[in-house]
Ligand binder design. Sequence first.
Ligand SMILES: [Zn+2]
Length: 430
Amino acid sequence: MRVIRASVVHFPDQSPAGEEARWELFDDAVLWIDEGRVKGLGAPEVILAQLPPDVEVEHYPGKILIPGLIDLHVHYPQLEVIAAYGTQLLDWLNRYTFPAELCYTDSEYAQAQAERFLTQLLAQGTTTALVFATSAKTSVDAFFEAARGRNLRMISGKVLMDRHAPPGLCDTPTLAYEESAELIERWSGVGRLDYAVTPRFAPTSTQAQLEAAGQLLRDYPQTYLHTHLAENHAECAWVAELFPESRSYLDVYDRAGLVTDKAVFAHSIHLDSQDHHRLAVAGSTLCHCPSSNLFLGSGLFNIRAALAAGIKVAIGTDVGGGTSLSMLSTLGDAYKVQQLNGETLSPELALYLATLGAARALGLEDKIGSFDLGKEADCVLLDPTKLPQLEARLERGMDLRETLFALMIMGDERAVSQTWVMGEPVKTQA
Ligand SMILES: [Zn+2]
């Protein structure tokens, strides 16, 4: 049993979605965790009265407890190319990313990188992520082994690529199907793990391979679809050339049966209203990756327009195109991108998209994303006093909403004082 007392912020299950999302704020509350699950949340006098008088209470006055953050698009093999200079998407892939991904046929190497990635992710307060591996089966095995060893709720999959990449990274439509099927049977539903069929993006897959991905989704309906969509103008022009019969980039995926309610499309910046309508009808999710979009100069995703079209939206760090695994700093970048669109991103909507909204996008809202009773107790303790530049404002007095907004603009792993997975502490202190 674990009993944590702090300020608490979360979106309960009855919260509406999107811009209507309503959080529950407690200046002082107790979260009661039993056998890794939430057993109670409420005012200290209410919860403590239900517990034995000698129960140990971990008390963190001035700190804020939130549900574990959810990163809906990130590449674990790209931590080693983070902050690589001077290119946009297609050159960046060829010059930095593909050479790095070639190393993941080596199991030991992949295991070491997976462990390093997960340590960093948890240090940032991220407890669930939708993760690209590489096209090597070994990269997926290494990632899932590492995630299972830490009891994490994670989703990943083998990258499918059969053209326009180095031969060492390419498979074929048949191999893509067979290797993915083998990995799904080995890992899907094991512990807290789920599988995502993961074609990298349309330019590196033939029509036949995209159709093999569609077949996998039909044969294994529990799996997700995870890919990139309409990130950069040169990429969109290339897709139009490669698939002249398709009406749009999204239509390439749609013709292969990939546009479903379990699909997560990273970026999705350059879409038209017909694409938006199709995505809303299908129930797919768009994952906004602001730090990556700024770093690679890809464009400005409009969160409000996507939500207004009835599409689910989530947030991803997209490391190594993104420059930080911190969801706090990524939310700060999302705020700035929306400012450039002439919109604002409220702290309520930002935190919703990174917690319950992302859980709902994955269909995992009965398991993670808030502190409702019975949910898996993945949580994060934020400490605003760890940001020295915020001291002067804190001294003048800030309410919880103002503090959360400041954490999203200025925060990173320094502000994460602890991360718990199923109620167990996992952050290694610096
Ligand atoms: Zn990506």
